[in-house]
Design a protein around this ligand. Sequence first.
Ligand code: ZN
Length: 388
Amino acid sequence: MMRPLLGLIVLHLLFVNACAAIPDAQSVEDTGPPITATPPVTATPPVTVAPSPAPTQSFLPTASPARVVQAAPPISDVVVEMLPQPSLPTATVSAIPTPTPRSPDMPPRVGLQIGHLRSRELPDELAHLRASTGAVWNGLTEAQVNEAIAVQVRELLIAAGVEVDLLPATVPPGYDADAFIAIHADGGAPSARGWKIATPWRASAASQMLMAAVAATYGAITGLPEDRNGVTINMRGYYAFNYRRHTHAIARTTPAIIVETGFLTNAADREVIVSRPDLAARGIAEGVLNYLRQRDPTDGAALLPPEWPILYTTTAATVYAGPADTTRVIARVPADSRVFVFNQQGDWYEAMIRAGDKRYQGWIRVDQTGVATTSPAGPAAEPPVTNP
Ligand SMILES: [Zn+2]
């Protein structure tokens, strides 16, 4: 008896969502983001998704069969509970990697992390980040802003047939998905503004493709400027990316980005990220959907981040701003400086180099580095673990 009615409701929801989900950068620009003075809302009424048959061919709205949306408890209380089986990350990252096989008829799965949400509940291994509650403006916390956006990204992705996990600051051990997006907002001087996106230090081709896809839609849909050169060590060293050091981190093969959606401390940015979280959400969701359409789900190699052994400088060496000795000199470092490599171009490594207490990010000649024969003194020197 209920079925026809249910079908109508579902069709209606799909229709509404599909309309809302179609991006049109031009129309956004034409209209201009309407600005409302309404105070921020912590979260739109959350939804929960009942199990449903997997789409047969595509995750696009038309192919998505019945998904029943129903009322649910507040999102902050339900975000983590429905997650895949925890699995410990492999102890030795140098082992032959094996991306998790996906069956072709499975809907893609995406993790949306609400930056700083319940950071007090971070596990012992991340206890030093429990007090990292992010930016604040006028009593409005970054976690509230991140949540309002993430909830709407989730709705858009679900409408397109994607399975979504909303995650708090604590990432389930070895979290494995087709994409992981950490959603944050920035704080700084009142004049600082704009969005930026970063991959982990060692970025797989898939992570780079995901970043490019979201970068292509976020600015166009929100109208916010890109904070060029704003990507920081803090973003690339994001704790949830660091599967080498933490159990509560994404899996090595999960494509991942961190999005700084804008500055909570800037009035113009707030007009979008606080007053129009729907725009910010569309900017993210459309990019993620484009990535999922463009990628080859059978290309396991694209999921593998590059790996290098632990290296040290074999001689006094120079760190340059680019892969050539004609570029700006960033620092001169002594022999036995720790070199954390995350990219290579020809004879040059792009790396984080630690000399004493200082860390430098730049380019260093491959032939001035080597695997340590003895263990140089001093602490292990990977990039710092951060929560911007
Ligand atoms: Zn943050």
